[in-house]
Design a protein around this ligand. Structure first.
Ligand SMILES: [Zn+2]
Ligand SMILES: [Zn+2]
Length: 171
């Protein structure tokens, strides 16, 4: 969905689920496999040269645990409010200035890609290291057994390594 800036006269409100063709396309481009009832609420409003966005995404997605590599579900429930300013990024002209705390993006031209913005917000809401559970034990680096299902025998072998022999030496 491409928005023409000069056509944005009244605020736009959008409420879609993963069944909507447009949103389905955004989700597949972001490489997300969503489960049922994944929804997006979006409001776009123009104030002079600024586009103010308010959005909310909610729903479960399928991910892979970064420790044990098992499939897991992750609930995205994210509010976002990025601001898009039409014009040149002042930072590129005036280096050394700190970017403000606001989530501001500068864009050129009359067109503004809503799909790209939503896609970026979705990716930002993902965990860097998804975990099926905080206490996930992961997999053994030696035998690849899932340690969530119980101990493997490698640990025993490591434990009864050279130090075990030293421990048993009679001094
Ligand atoms: Zn796990
Ligand atoms: Zn092992």
């Amino acid at each position: 969905m491409i928005l023409k800036l000069h056509e944005l006269k009244k605020p736009i409100h959008l409420s879609v689920t993963q069944k909507d063709e447009w949103f389905k396309d955004v989700l597949s481009k972001a490489n997300l496999s969503v489960l049922d009832d994944f929804s997006l609420d979006l409001q776009l409003e123009k104030d002079k040269e600024t586009v103010l966005v308010q959005g909310h995404v909610r729903g479960n997605i399928q991910m892979t645990c970064s420790r044990c590599a098992e499939p897991m579900t992750f609930l995205i429930n994210e509010f976002f409010a990025p601001v898009f300013v039409h014009g040149q990024d002042p930072d590129t002209k005036d280096r050394g200035l700190h970017k403000s705390e606001l989530d501001v993006t500068y864009f050129q031209g009359d067109e503004f890609s809503v799909a790209q913005m939503v896609q970026e917000q979705l990716l930002l809401s993902l965990p860097i290291q998804p975990l099926c559970s905080e206490s996930c034990m992961g997999i053994c680096q030696h035998c690849r057994k899932s340690l969530n299902e119980g101990k493997c025998e490698c640990k025993e072998k490591i434990h009864f390594g050279p130090f075990h022999v030293l421990k048993d030496l009679k001094v």
